[in-house]
Design a protein around this ligand. Structure first.
Ligand code: S0N
Length: 272
């Protein structure tokens, strides 16, 4: 059953809802196949930051409005000199900030993909933790065809996900792949009929929500640490610090400082 979604905050380009511990963030620009402009990305960053800080939410569904597209990448109408140009006339590639935010979010993000998942939109699903695709989903990169490229996560994480040969094929040839082909190359986790897409994604979210949040958080950080170098290690280390702060041992250190005495760590056992 689909949850009774409630809008969390009003935006222009996106919809941010939540219910039952699940957040649903939807790019709402179906007239351009959910292409993003700088303002869309700013709103997505705002919503994802809210999700990160919301103790009620454990999983995010990230999707596009309608059944024609998840996202067709950067809005080519506002591509300018050095980036995508918003109302403030500043050219930006702020989708890179969004990619990092999705990666470091300490909660699983599931891309829920119907229709086109192309260009910078394809990279967004690549940086999500899981992808559930409808049978009508179509995947691909267009960069070298339209005079752009994403040599960051767009190329490297894709290669880590499906292997270098296939990732290079996707970028060098700019072909489009069916949902079934994407499943076969390990690019998505499941393919379901379009009418069952959201139900299936919600089911996956509910199964994750039954599990230990801290275990899930550490697993996500560990997978990222393996691919993200020192930035990934920082995330994993930050999670370890969070856990350490919850121990009596760490609390003794802070308490001793405030009480102006030497900390007594001798009371804590050293485990093997
Ligand atoms: C998705 C495609 C294949 C669908 O084709 P179809 O079904 O024939 O529909 P269309 O008639 O083409 O589209 C319907 C309407 O939607 C508009 N539209 C579609 N995509 C975009 C878009 N990306 N921007 C603006 N408008 C779009 C169409 O124009 C049409 O409108 P009307 O009816 O008014 O004509 C096909 O649409 C397609 O190929 N789309 C373009 C895909 C693409 O090339 N995307 C951009 C790729 N680049 C990025 O995403 C950049 C990402 C980025 O920011 C970045 C970040 C870091 C580092 C590098 C980059 C980088 O620049 O790559």
């Amino acid at each position: 059953m689909i949850p009774d979604w409630k809008v969390v905050k009003e935006y222009q380009d996106i919809i941010y809802e939540k219910a039952e511990g699940i957040a649903k963030i939807t790019i709402n620009r179906p007239e351009v196949h959910n292409a993003f402009r700088p303002e869309t990305v700013m709103e997505l960053i705002d919503a994802f930051q809210h999700v990160r800080d919301d103790p009620e939410t454990g999983v995010v569904l990230f999707t596009g409005k309608g059944d024609k597209a998840f996202c067709s990448g950067g809005d080519q109408r506002v591509r300018g000199h050095g980036g995508y140009v918003g109302a403030d006339d500043v050219p930006r590639l702020n989708v890179l900030d969004l990619q990092r935010l999705i990666r470091t979010l300490p909660k699983p993000v599931i891309a829920v993909v119907a229709g086109w998942c192309i260009g910078g939109g394809h990279v967004l699903h690549v940086v999500c933790d899981l992808t559930i695709a409808a049978e009508n989903a179509r995947f691909g990169q267009t960069g070298p065809k339209v005079g752009s490229f994403d040599a960051g996560y767009g190329a490297t994480l894709l290669a880590r996900t499906i292997g270098h040969k296939k990732a290079k094929e996707i970028w060098f040839l700019c072909r489009q792949y069916t949902a079934q082909e994407a499943l076969e190359m390990g690019l998505v986790n499941a393919v379901v009929p379009l009418e069952r897409l959201e139900e299936e994604a919600v089911q996956w979210a509910r199964e994750i929500l039954e599990k230990s949040p801290i275990a899930i958080r550490f697993l996500k950080a560990a997978f990222n640490a393996d691919t993200d170098g020192l930035a990934g290690l920082q995330q994993l280390a930050g999670d370890a610090t969070m856990l350490y702060y919850m121990t009596d041992e760490a609390k003794e250190g802070a308490r001793a400082f405030l009480e102006k005495r030497k900390p007594d760590f001798s009371q804590f056992r050293r485990l093997p």
